[in-house]
Design a protein around this ligand. Structure first.
Ligand SMILES: C[S@@+](CC[C@H](N)C(=O)[O-])C[C@H]1O[C@@H](n2cnc3c(N)ncnc32)[C@H](O)[C@@H]1O
Length: 338
């Protein structure tokens, strides 16, 4: 289990970002097997660098959600989380896995709404340390627990879970098929999965230089290698053995054109709490952190991390406006009974 020492060590953004770039270069030049081993370490170092920023701008939930007019980001996220709990018909006594649980925002909302017992699986010791605090604060130590593990190879018995869900974490996998096969092993026959994930849409054109440039910026600056298209994601879930119940782009189906998902990064939802996510707020944070870094008030590398994340955010907004990318492609599927 991560300790405060882990949290301090992994909380040095400069070292984390250096490790991230170094592992990334190695991964690019390596064969598949080595990449599969390196990628989770790369992601873990990425989150060591960015988790404090995410918490500053996003609170305890690190995913986009279809937004209704009048809702703020946190309200839309909580509604989205509860909907996933409803889709899976979660209830007290069920054993559920949250794959790539972040600092536990979705797990807390879903446990509160359904009473299910949830295990948050995460490869970031820093995030687990943060998540444990939030779970304790919510009084959910009885129903929420964490497992420090690489989701590609989870040290639990076959058929441990009644259901599995994941928000925006599969996009970090070095190989989606191997991950879905691991989820297939972990869920009971008849059990269901709900995967909400980043995908390119049918509008993405591999021959379009602008699309390819956006793809490179999104993948490099978010630790999300080789994102799939929505069609490829469905095929891969099927290939792992699951029966598809539904597969939808939740942004296109449940979102509202007046309140697109990327408005969270654009400044259109201006309020005191959302300001840190807006372009002005992001650039202000970048400038201030660089200054505070000079004064040694914040750790070295904080400003560099802010710059790095701004590149990612700008690329996401552009890809969202072009409708070539969605952060919320839902695949709801069942493991067949023998
Ligand atoms: C964008 S965050 C989403 C967090 C959370 N699902 C939420 O919505 O708040 C992606 C999460 O996936 C986790 N993750 C990425 N690769 C992982 C791996 N190989 N094993 C376990 N967790 C991983 C990260 O540590 C992070 O917690």
């Amino acid at each position: 289990m991560p300790t405060d020492v882990d949290e301090q060590r992994s909380g040095n953004p400069r070292q984390a970002l250096r490790d991230y770039h170094q592992i990334q270069q190695l991964s690019e030049s390596q064969e598949d097997a080595a990449r599969i081993e390196q990628q989770p370490k790369l992601v873990s170092r990425f989150y060591d660098a960015v988790t404090r920023f995410y918490e500053f701008g996003w609170g305890t939930t690190f995913h986009f959600s279809p937004r209704r007019p009048g809702e703020n980001l946190a309200e839309s996220q909580r509604r989205h989380d509860r909907e996933i709990g409803e889709i899976l018909r979660l209830k007290p006594g069920m054993k559920v896995a949250d794959i790539g649980c972040g600092v536990a925002g979705p797990m807390i909302t879903i446990a509160q709404a359904t009473g299910a017992s949830i295990t948050g699986i995460n490869f970031s010791p820093l995030q687990i340390a943060r998540g444990e605090r939030f779970v304790a604060k919510a009084g959910l130590n009885d129903t929420c627990q964490f497992l420090y593990a690489n989701f590609m190879d989870v040290p639990l018995e076959d058929e441990t879970f009644d259901a599995i869900y994941s928000f925006e974490a599969v996009c970090h996998a070095p190989n989606n098929l191997l991950l879905f096969q691991e989820l297939y092993r972990l869920v009971k026959p008849g059990g269901e999965i709900a995967i909400v994930d980043w995908c390119f849409t049918d509008k993405f054109d591999a021959n379009d230089a602008r699309h390819q440039d956006l793809r490179r910026r999104i993948e490099t600056n978010n630790a999300t290698p080789d994102l799939l298209t929505t069609g490829q994601q469905v095929e891969t879930v099927q290939q792992a053995g699951f029966e598809i119940i539904q597969a939808i782009d939740q942004q296109a189906e449940n979102g509202n054109p007046l309140t697109p998902w990327y408005m969270a990064l654009q400044g259109r939802d201006f309020s005191l709490s959302s300001w840190a996510r807006t372009p002005t707020g992001r650039r202000f944070t970048e400038t201030v952190t660089k200054f505070l870094e000079l004064l040694r008030i914040v750790p070295a590398g904080t400003g560099e991390t802010a710059t790095f994340l701004n590149i990612a955010a700008d690329a996401l907004v552009e890809a969202g406006e072009l409708e070539i990318f969605t952060p919320s492609f839902l695949v709801h599927a069942r493991k067949p009974t023998p």
